[in-house]
Design a binder for this molecule. Structure first.
Ligand code: NAD
Length: 260
């Protein structure tokens, strides 16, 4: 379905981004992977994805907190694939602390990685998308882009901001064949969340099972983690021709969390 399309997925060495990158490769798209991790493991992922799906897969280690590296990532993709048709702004980090003791450097890093990187990447790829009359901008926010929880000030601010950015871009490019949408997942059991389960169990003095049941999934009407494959299928749909009229949307896939 996405043959001859090329896609950049930020933060795709792990979790949701990796699942989305894989789903795009499975649809025939050439993929640029990005994110941190052990070089041998990333190279293994890159090779496996390319050979399984018969597509080109690149890896770029750009640090999404550095605007110049974000721009260089876009340049590399354009140089190698000739164009960028789809971007998935997925890279994200979390820090949990009350606002009075929130470390300023964590605030700056979360805003830079979870929000500003999307601005810089969108800005870098839009001229090419406009010239070809096709583009798909997919942003991965969170249920925390639609609602708040205590102790996550930077994350909630960045994710709300990402939805605002996406809506603004959607209007600006509505007649250029380009859409911009945001996916808002509930809890997904990725390394980011595995770490939070361990941390919260320690802080609250409760078991990991209690953290999952009483803290994480307490808001989700459906008492189950969202699956990476479900989010990836939504991203593939948003990238398709059939999603041309869907733009500026913030789509919750959160087991009913934000219905309350
Ligand atoms: P993860 O920790 O498994 O993956 C995060 C990815 O981002 C990794 O590839 C990591 O290397 C990369 N990354 C981190 N800092 C980076 C930087 N400075 N530059 C480049 N890459 C960087 O996390 P995940 O759960 O897959 O999260 C992916 C996205 O989904 C994030 O934006 C997160 O906020 C969002 N999200 C996750 C959940 C969840 O429950 N897991 C829920 C809602 C939203």
């Amino acid at each position: 379905m996405l043959k001859n399309r090329s896609v950049i997925v930020t933060g795709s060495t792990s979790g949701i981004g990796l699942g989305i990158a894989r789903a795009f490769a499975a649809q025939g798209a050439n993929v640029v992977l990005n994110g941190f991790g052990r070089a041998e493991e990333i190279e293994q992922i890159r090779q496996e994805m390319a050979s399984t799906f018969g597509v080109k897969v690149l890896y770029d280690p750009a640090d999404m907190s550095k605007p110049e590296q974000v721009r260089a990532l876009a340049r590399l993709a354009i140089e190698v694939f000739g164009q960028v048709d789809i971007i998935v702004n997925n890279a994200g980090v979390q820090h949990v602390a009350p606002i009075e003791s929130f470390p300023d450097e964590k605030w700056d890093a979360i805003i830079a990685i979870n929000l500003s990187s999307a601005y810089h990447l969108i800005k870098a790829v839009l001229p090419g998308m406009k010239a070809r009359g096709f583009g798909r901008i997919i942003n991965v926010a969170s249920a925390h882009g639609l609602t708040a929880s205590p102790f996550k000030s930077a994350y909630v601010a960045a994710k709300h901001g990402l939805i605002g950015l996406s809506k603004t871009v959607a209007i600006e490019v509505a007649n250029d064949g380009i859409t911009s949408n945001t996916i808002c997942p509930g809890y997904v059991k990725t390394p980011l969340v595995e770490q939070q389960i361990a941390d919260q169990a320690k802080v609250h003095g409760i078991s990991p099972e209690q953290v999952v049941r009483d803290v994480m999934l307490s808001h989700q009407a459906r008492k189950a983690f969202v699956q990476v494959e479900e989010l990836a299928a939504l991203a593939v749909f948003l990238a398709s021709e059939q999603a041309a009229s869907m733009t500026g949307a913030a789509i919750a896939m959160d087991g009913g969390w934000t219905l309350h």
